[in-house]
Unconditional design. Structure first.
Length: 144
């Protein structure tokens, strides 16, 4: 088996290497704007993690820490996606396990993420990983 590396994407090069995988989950993103957008988000507490196998990015996760009155310290996952061409190889599960370990390391009270209602394969994965649906997430678009 190839060696697996999980690390934060901190250089512009590593951030850009995450783009093709992130694009699978966020098809509206533009490659030429990706690094600038991630850098802007990092200034607000965003982290971008990547899982590499054999030197290629196979899965990525965007996450942040925050505190809520109802739940305390929380690691919130904005994005979690593995390369569709390399699914069912444990990349998503490894990255999820790493994220949960990061939450514990930072003494978080809660680990959470939202998943689009149409993402049935992702839901099966989260249920298999012993996650539960705890609430509805409502949105109101403010721009056309």
């Amino acid at each position: 088996m190839s060696s697996i590396l999980i690390a934060l994407a901190e250089s512009d090069t590593d951030i850009l290497r995450c783009f093709p995988v992130m694009l699978q989950l966020r098809p509206h993103l533009v490659e030429a704007e990706f690094v600038t957008r991630v850098r802007r988000m990092q200034a607000q507490g965003f982290h971008l993690a990547r899982l590499e196998e054999a030197g290629a990015v196979r899965a990525v996760a965007g996450y942040r820490y925050h505190e809520k009155l109802f739940s305390g310290s929380t690691l919130y996952v904005d994005d979690l996606v593995s390369d569709p061409a390399h699914r069912s190889r444990g990349h998503g599960a490894r990255l999820l396990t790493w994220l949960i370990a990061e939450a514990r390391k930072h003494r978080c009270d809660l680990f959470e993420l939202d998943s689009g209602v149409q993402r049935f394969d992702a839901h099966r994965f989260y249920f298999r990983e012993r996650m539960k649906i705890s609430s509805y997430h409502f949105t109101l678009p403010l721009q056309a």
